[in-house]
Design a protein around this ligand. Structure first.
Ligand code: PLP
Length: 380
C-alpha cells in the first residue's frame, strides 16, 4: 500500500503504540484515584501534558486534553460565544474552514450571532487586509485556520492575531491548527492566538485525543463538557489515558525530528510539483505552502474515477472534500476554480514516512492510468 492520505489520518508511530499498550496493560488506573497506583497515573498524565505542551510551545497548565480536534474547535467557539457573546454578536471566520468550524458557526448563526466568512484568493489564501476590512467594533470572536486541509495554504495567524488584539483588545482569536501542528513552526506562547486546537491522529498519534490551548488571559474560559471536574475543571470525563499517552509520545517523537521531517516533505512535494508541471492534463491547485498537502486535478476525470484507478495500484489518496456526499468542495469553490477542475480534484498528503519511490509510483500511475482515462472519455 502507498499511503498518501496523511491529512486525513496518519499511521500511529511506534512510540505512540508502546505508550498506549502500557496504558492498557500496566498503567490503567484512574489518574484521579487517591492511592499510589492512581497517583502514579496522575504523574504520568502531568508528563504527557508537558510533552504535548512542549511540542506546541505552550505552558503545560494551559493545555487541556479533548477527544479530538473537532471537540477542541467546538469547545473554542461555543464557549467563546457563551462567555464573550452577550453584548457583542459579530464573529469572523473564513469560507474555507473545516466543517468542525463551519457547522459550529451555523449553530451560532441559528442562536442569533452574525458570522462573516472571509473569502480566499485563487490560491486559497486569506489576507490580513481582508480581516482588517471585516473587523467591526462588535466583533468578539475571530476563528481562522492555520493550514487549509485542501489547498495547503498557510494563513498569517501571528499577524492576524496581532491585528485583532490591537483593534479589538477584548476579542478572542482562535486558530484551528489541526493541519499546522508539527507541520509549520509556531509557539503557542508567542503566536498571539488565545485558543489553539490540535489533534493527535494527524501527528502519528492515535485517534481519540486532541487538545485545546487556552491562553493565560482566558482564565475563566467556560468548560464545554461538565462533570467530575477533570482537567482542572475545564473538561470533565475520566481522562482517556491510552489515547492521551499515545498522543504525548507521538508529540515527543515528532518534535524531535520536526525540522528534518518537514524539510524532507517539502522537498518531496516540490519534486512532485516539478514532475507534474511537465504532465499535460494535471493541474496543481492552491498555494501548497504547507509541506505536506498538494491539491491536484485532472479535469475531465471525475475524482472518484481517479481514486479508483489509483487504488488499483495500491495508492490511497483522498478526494479532499471534493465530492463529499456529492457536493463540490467548498474550499475549491471558494477559491473560484472552474467546475471541471473541482470535479477532477484530489488531494495527495505526505508524512515523514513518505518516500520518493512512493511519489514516483503515484506519478507513474497518474501518467499511465489516469491521464489515458481522460482521453478515452474525450473520444467517446
Ligand atoms: N480541522 C481541520 C483543519 C482538519 O483537517 C480536521 C480533520 O481532518 C479537523 C479539524 C478535525 O479533527 P479531528 O479529526 O481530530 O476531529
Amino acid at each position: 500500500m502507498i499511503y498518501l492520505d496523511n491529512s486525513a489520518t496518519t499511521k500511529p508511530c511506534r512510540e505512540a503504540v508502546e505508550a498506549m499498550v502500557s496504558a492498557m496493560t500496566d498503567n490503567w488506573a484512574n489518574p484521579s484515584a487517591l492511592y499510589g497506583f492512581g497517583i502514579d497515573l496522575a504523574k504520568q498524565l502531568r508528563s504527557a501534558r508537558a510533552q504535548v505542551a512542549a511540542a506546541m510551545g505552550a505552558e503545560p497548565d494551559r493545555v487541556f486534553f479533548t477527544s479530538c480536534g473537532t471537540e477542541a474547535d467546538n469547545w473554542a467557539l461555543f464557549s467563546a460565544a457563551k462567555r464573550f457573546g452577550k453584548k457583542h454578536k459579530h464573529i469572523i471566520t473564513t469560507a474555507v474552514e473545516h466543517h468542525a468550524i463551519l457547522n459550529a458557526m451555523k449553530e451560532l448563526e441559528a442562536q442569533g450571532f452574525e458570522v462573516t466568512y472571509l473569502q480566499p484568493d485563487r490560491e486559497g489564501r486569506v489576507t490580513v487586509a481582508d480581516l482588517k476590512a471585516a473587523l467591526r467594533k462588535d466583533t468578539f470572536l475571530v476563528s481562522i485556520m492555520m493550514v487549509n486541509n485542501e489547498s495547503g495554504a498557510v494563513m498569517p495567524i501571528a499577524q492576524m492575531a496581532k491585528l485583532v488584539h490591537k483593534l479589538n483588545p477584548d476579542a478572542v482569536f482562535h486558530t484551528d491548527a489541526v493541519q499546522g501542528f508539527l507541520k509549520v513552526p509556531f509557539q503557542a506562547k508567542t503566536l498571539g492566538a488565545d485558543l489553539i486546537s490540535v489533534s493527535s491522529h494527524k501527528v502519528h498519534g492515535p485517534k481519540g485525543a486532541g487538545a485545546l490551548y487556552i491562553a493565560p488571559r482566558l482564565r475563566s474560559f467556560p468548560a464545554f463538557i461538565v462533570g467530575g471536574g477533570q482537567e482542572n475543571g475545564f473538561r470533565s470525563g475520566t481522562e482517556g489515558t491510552p489515547a492521551i499517552f499515545g498522543f504525548a509520545a507521538a508529540c515527543a517523537a515528532g518534535a524531535k525530528t520536526f525540522k528534518e521531517d518537514i524539510a524532507r516533505e517539502r522537498e518531496l512535494l516540490e519534486y512532485a510539483i516539478e514532475k507534474i508541471s511537465c504532465m499535460e492534463g494535471v493541474a496543481v491547485n492552491g498555494a501548497h505552502e504547507a509541506p505536506h498537502i498538494l491539491s491536484l486535478s485532472v479535469p475531465g476525470v471525475p475524482t472518484q474515477n481517479t481514486l479508483n484507478l489509483l487504488q488499483e495500484d495500491g495508492i490511497c489518496i483522498s478526494a479532499g472534500s471534493a465530492c463529499a456526499k456529492g457536493h463540490r468542495s467548498h474550499v475549491l469553490t471558494a477559491m473560484g476554480l472552474a467546475p471541471e477542475v473541482i470535479d477532477g480534484a484530489f488531494r495527495v498528503s505526505l508524512s515523514r514516512e513518505t518516500t520518493r519511490e512512493e511519489i514516483d509510483l503515484l506519478l507513474k500511475s497518474l501518467e499511465e492510468k489516469v491521464l489515458p482515462f481522460r482521453l478515452k472519455g474525450k473520444k467517446r
